[in-house]
Design a binder for this molecule. Structure first.
Ligand code: ATP
Ligand code: MG
Length: 338
């Protein structure tokens, strides 16, 4: 590996993605670490740790070191980043320059925690970039132009809504309602309607299979396994698209209300630009069917899900790392200094 290696990291609540300059996206793993509770030693990281969620033996605890888009366990975050960097770069004595994304509403203290964790994990320089800026670049938007664009990045823990113009964020909000909240809403709904308790993993799988937030063209149903709260025994129930619609009403409305609030507080010229350029959805949470349709109806502005929505943010860091002009433009952003 050469001295000049540049790396982009999307340090997400649910997923970590890594881009290496000249190579592309080289890692996409869940942000989970399995720790031995007795001696605090890390047993597994990423995909292997994820498989242990809900199934680990008593002494091993799978932990998500990030919560709501920010670091909740500093030490584990640093070790997880170090592990992933070693996995993609090998054992090297040359430390890379790293661009890492943070949610737009993160505090100074939280930024410092990300910066220090990445530095300690092996970075020569750390560049911090706001997630919606990276997401917009990854969605193919020319962020430097004096023209308004709206990006809604729906991750696991946070939904970042931003209006971007001239390489900066003109208006933004961030709410702690995103993909994971849909899973929680489904667990609650199934418990209430069927008296059955389902696990986090099952909720996520069901959401990905038939989840929807806007009238589906045809109602489909799938069998879902859980534990009957009356008998304590395993039970399989049929869950259909109408159940999903009802279960997801609350988080979907919270996201669309937040988008409307940002539009209401945005300069009219920029709103006119946005209605011409469409609203762009990125992040894994945007893959719930019908979100684009729901937002189109609620805002009156055509909304589209970006291509390869899950990797937009890390792809954005990659494009910025490969393009000197873009890198220089966004490095004027206050968050960037090392
Ligand atoms: N096909 C799919 N359908 C519905 N939801 C999906 C799909 N794929 C992923 N998700 C959801 O996307 C969310 C994770 O998205 P993403 O990987 O963008 O989050 P993140 O960047 O790690 O989180 P954050 O940005 O909040 O820190 C999870 O809630 C996951 O269940
Ligand atoms: Mg994200």
């Amino acid at each position: 590996m050469a001295f000049g290696t540049d790396v982009g990291i999307d340090l997400g609540t649910a997923t970590v993605l890594i881009y290496v300059k000249g190579k592309g996206i080289v890692l996409n793993e869940p942000s989970v670490v399995a720790v031995d509770k007795v001696n605090k030693i890390i047993k597994k990281v990423g995909i292997e740790a994820q498989q242990m969620l809900g199934r680990a033996p008593g002494t091993i605890e799978p932990v998500r070191p990030l919560k709501d888009g920010v670091i909740s366990d500093y030490d584990l975050t640093e070790k997880m980043i170090k592990y992933f960097l070693r996995k993609v770069l090998g054992n090297t004595s040359f430390w890379p320059r790293i661009m890492v994304c943070v949610p737009s509403s993160i505090t100074e203290v939280e930024i410092l925690a990300v910066r220090n964790a990445v530095k300690k994990a092996g970075a020569r320089h750390v560049y911090i970039i706001e997630e919606p800026i990276a997401a917009a670049i990854g969605a193919g938007i020319d962020i430097i132009k004096p023209c308004g664009n709206m990006v809604v990045d729906i991750g696991g823990g946070t939904t970042d809504i931003a209006v971007i113009s001239l390489g900066g964020v003109a208006n933004k909000t961030s709410i702690k309602i995103a993909g994971d909240r849909f899973d929680e809403a489904l667990i609650k709904y199934i418990r209430r309607k069927f008296n059955v308790l389902i696990g986090d993993r099952t909720a996520q799988d069901t959401k990905e299979a038939i989840g929807c937030v806007y009238m589906p063209t045809d109602v489909i149903s799938i069998p879902v396994k859980g534990r009957c709260l009356m008998t304590g025994l395993p039970k399989t129930i049929d869950v259909n698209s109408e159940d999903m619609l009802a279960a997801f009403e609350e988080p979907a409305n919270a996201i669309s209300d937040a988008v409307c609030r940002v539009l209401e507080g945005t300069e009219p010229e920029l709103v006119a630009d946005i209605s011409k350029n469409k609203i762009h959805l990125t992040g894994g949470g945007s893959l719930v069917k019908g979100l684009a349709e729901l937002l189109t109806v609620r805002t009156g502005i055509q909304t589209v899900v970006a291509e390869d929505a899950v990797s937009c943010v890390v792809r954005g860091t990659g494009i910025a790392l490969e393009n000197e002009k873009l890198f220089a433009a966004i490095s004027h952003n206050a968050l960037m200094s090392d």
